[in-house]
Design a protein around this ligand. Structure first.
Ligand code: XMP
Length: 510
């Protein structure tokens, strides 16, 4: 089934992915494409509405990004947000000027009479972030909102179905924002709202079944959210034609390898080959202290082990990749692209003998991947799993890695995570873990002097992991954690909590 679609044209603004997510949360499927997308391609997509996003440029700059003017004449409603509004103005003969003062943050706004603002509180707050604004609205346009510093907070040309808002309806700081977007989607574009995860999952399973036929599929399973959801979806489509290879490098958290086996092998009855390569990885890492060298060794060894196992299967037809929608946007958006290469196992496709890649998650945002996981019956502890780096605990042991240090870290990390969950903070803190520092210091236990390791605890709140703040874990929770770890884990006599944000620190210690 083909979903009705809203097209979001990307001009590089920082909230753009949020716009797309909000549209989907409202029940309407949308795709975000670069502003340079051709009118032919747009016609092919046949959108019910178009949203022009914000962006860092000003329409008055030489070389400012403009989209094809025909987009405004497609006969479907267009909503310009921030830069998008200024663009609509510029393309219709209006003027844009630099404000006396940059407007940033929560601003009081008066909304007027417009279908866009139906059922909204008229004296309200909105989030502004701009230096330029529409000065003279183009002919045929009516101003529909005003703030103290922005004479054209919103405008519209009802006849042409063109709408613009200078503020950001997509951010939480605009209390009427969700209503405004829904008014655009349902009231103005006439969307029906057919974007539901259950339908999507059923459709995707059917599509995969049609595509794969009686062929063989191979998946590198890590136990992380993306590979788990992708694998289960494919398993539902083609059952035992899917083989999952799970390389256990011994650097996973306590009991995690067994858990992956339990869930996918036993619960889901999937074909899962667990390769117990713990010794092999630890031998290769012996004596290595440099973080990047550790990463390189683990990455290369992973490929070697995976390849050797895959070869035993002979030729496969499809290889699964856990690409998600933000990766697709980032790789297509040109300048704004921030590719986190270390987040994927590089090179895998070249080394495995296969015909085609299959990417069941490429239309989904991360929160939608989780929703799909729940639809598929994947247990909560996997669906809500925090991100875990490919090199695993190797980059959480500062300096060289030994079996003994790994055991200490696994036990301490286990207690930390157990207590955070018990305190009900598991989802509020986006990533939390223990780090075994290479430092030892003096302590006293009973009447004995000790000389043992210092353990660091790290907890961060973040939306994109590019910047992060340290989590304000309540003192009494920290106290329980500290007491339990020093009492229950051997060789730790001191515990510190990391109170640096990113930047200047990174989330991981190595
Ligand atoms: P940093 O430490 O760079 O971490 O602030 C940002 C996010 O990336 C994860 N991370 C990695 N993930 N391989 C991965 O797959 C890596 O080598 C790696 N290094 C960091 C980190 O856990 C955090 O979520």
């Amino acid at each position: 089934m083909r979903h009705e679609l809203v097209l979001v044209l990307d001009f590089g603004g920082q909230y753009n992915q949020l716009i797309a997510r909000r549209v989907r949360e409202a029940g309407v499927y949308c795709e975000m494409l670069p502003y340079t997308t051709s009118i032919e391609k747009i016609n092919e997509l046949n959108p019910v509405g178009v949203i022009l996003t914000g962006g860092p440029a000003s329409v008055t700059d030489a070389g400012a990004p403009f989209c094809d003017k025909e987009i405004l004449e497609l006969g479907v409603p267009v909503l310009g947000i921030c830069y998008g509004m200024q663009l609509i103005s510029a393309m219709n003969g209006g003027t844009v000027k630099k404000a006396k003062q940059r407007e940033y943050g929560r601003v009081e706004i008066k909304l007027g009479d417009s279908r866009l603002f139906e059922n909204c509180e008229k004296d309200t707050i909105c989030w502004m972030s701009h230096t330029y604004h529409v000065d003279n609205a183009p002919k045929g346009f009516e101003i529909t909102a005003k703030s103290a510093n922005c004479p054209a907070g919103a405008f519209e040309n009802k006849k042409k179905d063109l709408y613009g808002v200078q503020f950001h309806p997509e951010v939480n700081h605009t209390p009427e924002g969700t209503k405004i977007l829904r008014n655009f989607l349902y009231g103005i574009c006439g969307a029906k709202g057919d974007w539901k995860m259950s339908t999507y999952v059923d459709d995707m399973i059917k599509k995969i079944r049609d595509k794969v036929g009686d062929k063989q599929v191979l998946c590198a399973m890590s136990g992380g959210v993306d590979s788990s959801v992708a694998a289960v979806m494919i398993h539902k489509a083609v059952g035992k034609q899917l083989t999952n290879i799970f390389v256990d490098h011994g650097l996973l958290r306590k009991n995690e390898g067994d858990q992956v086996e339990e869930v996918f092998n036993k619960q889901f009855d999937m074909k899962l080959i667990r390769v117990n390569a713990q010794r092999q990885f630890l031998d290769k890492l012996a004596g290595v202290t440099d973080p990047e060298t550790k990463r390189k060794i683990i990455g290369e060894e992973f490929i070697r082990v995976f390849e050797a196992e895959a070869k035993k299967l002979g030729k496969v037809d499809f290889l699964v990749q856990g690409t998600i929608y933000p990766d697709v946007i980032e790789s297509g958006a040109g300048d704004a692209a921030v590719i986190k290469s270390h987040h994927n196992v590089g090179g895998l496709p070249d080394l495995v003998d296969f015909k085609e890649i299959i990417e069941p998650l490429r239309d989904l945002f991360k929160d939608e991947v989780r929703k799909a996981g729940l639809e598929l019956g994947i247990p909560d502890h996997i669906v809500w799993r925090q991100p875990f780096p490919g090199p695993g605990l190797a980059i959480r042991i500062i300096g060289d890695i030994t079996d003994e240090k790994l055991d200490i870290l696994k036990d301490a990390d286990w207690i930390f995570r157990e207590e955070i969950k018990a305190a009900g903070l598991g989802r509020a803190i986006n990533q939390y873990f223990a780090v075994l520092t290479g430092m030892r210091s003096v302590g006293v236990m009973g009447d004995e002097r000790t000389y043992d390791y210092t353990l660091a605890l790290r907890g961060v709140t973040t939306t994109d992991f590019m910047t992060a703040d340290w989590a304000r874990i309540p003192y009494d929770v920290l106290e329980t954690i500290s007491n339990r770890i020093v009492n229950e884990v051997k060789s730790i006599n001191r515990i510190v909590y990391d109170i640096t944000s990113k930047p200047p620190a990174t989330i991981e210690w190595e």
